[in-house]
Design a protein around this ligand. Structure first.
Ligand SMILES: Nc1ncnc2c1ncn2[C@@H]1O[C@H](COP(=O)(O)OP(=O)(O)OP(=O)(O)O)[C@@H](O)[C@H]1O
Ligand SMILES: [Mg+2]
Length: 233
């Protein structure tokens, strides 16, 4: 069986005025179905850029992403959007919660827009319970702590039981206790549902929750010993 997710020679350069800022300079790797892969690397090494490309949120300059046999680049915008909503749960580096909705609606909205038709209320409550959110569901993001907002963002990503979870620094702003709740939830979801998880993290402790680590530096995938921040255990 082929890989479930394939990144093939991805290049992406941002243009700021007249200056080119290369973010990805030829990134290739593959991930098997059900794998939990962590992506580590210094700030600016291209991790979030990769996250957006893997999720079909931006287009590569060249190279491609193939997910479950579909090449994003050959899909229409509408097809790509549908695939994203059905297959992928996103946890963004900055939460991206809707400020006017309470936690319950912020989580439920993922179910509404997915079109999956599988709105499992028991699963919704279980996720909220496991993430310690049951008593916070009527609060808006501004009435929640950073850790709670991050957990709402994770609940939103998982509630649809997506085949793929993409998480960009899901523990970036959290203390150890909250980090552990988030990491255990990702691991549990990966085990129980056979989800494929790609998690970006700065934290070597968090990276250990995965099956395998991909190291990035200056827009490339590098060997672990080429990553100055990495301390093997
Ligand atoms: N929208 C943008 N416009 C211009 N340059 C950008 C943009 N987004 C990212 N970059 C640049 O692309 C490079 C890679 O950025 P990216 O956000 O992918 O890094 P990162 O590894 O996620 O960093 P961090 O760990 O700080 O989140 C950096 O040099 C960054 O300055
Ligand atoms: Mg980033």
């Amino acid at each position: 069986m082929g890989a479930f997710i394939e990144a093939i020679d991805l290049h992406k350069t941002y243009r700021v005025g007249k200056i080119d800022v290369p973010a990805l300079r030829g990134v290739s790797f593959s991930v098997q179905k059900g794998e939990f892969v962590t992506i580590v690397g210094p700030s600016g090494s291209g991790k979030s850029t990769l996250f957006y490309l893997l999720g079909g949120l931006t287009r590569a300059d060249s190279g491609k992403v193939v997910m479950d046999g579909d090449d994003f680049a050959t899909l229409s915008d509408a097809q790509r959007t549908r695939m994203r909503k059905r297959k992928i749960g996103f946890v963004f580096q900055k939460f991206n919660l809707l400020p006017t909705l309470d936690a319950r609606s912020n989580i439920a909205i993922a179910q509404e827009i997915s079109g999956n038709g599988d709105r499992d209320p028991t699963f919704f409550l279980r996720i909220c319970d496991l993430l310690g959110l049951s008593k916070r569901l009527n609060h808006r993001p501004s009435e929640l702590s950073g850790g709670e907002q991050q957990r709402v963002a994770l609940a939103r990503a998982l509630v649809n039981k997506p085949a793929v979870v993409l998480a960009d620094e899901p523990t970036g702003n959290l203390d150890t206790e909250n980090s552990n709740i988030v990491l255990k939830m990702l691991r549990q979801s990966n085990h129980e549902l056979g989800q494929t998880v790609l998690m970006i993290t700065h934290n070597p402790e968090a990276a250990k929750f995965g099956d395998r680590v991909i190291h990035m530096r200056d827009g490339h995938v590098v060997r672990p010993e080429e990553d100055p921040q990495w301390t093997p255990h």
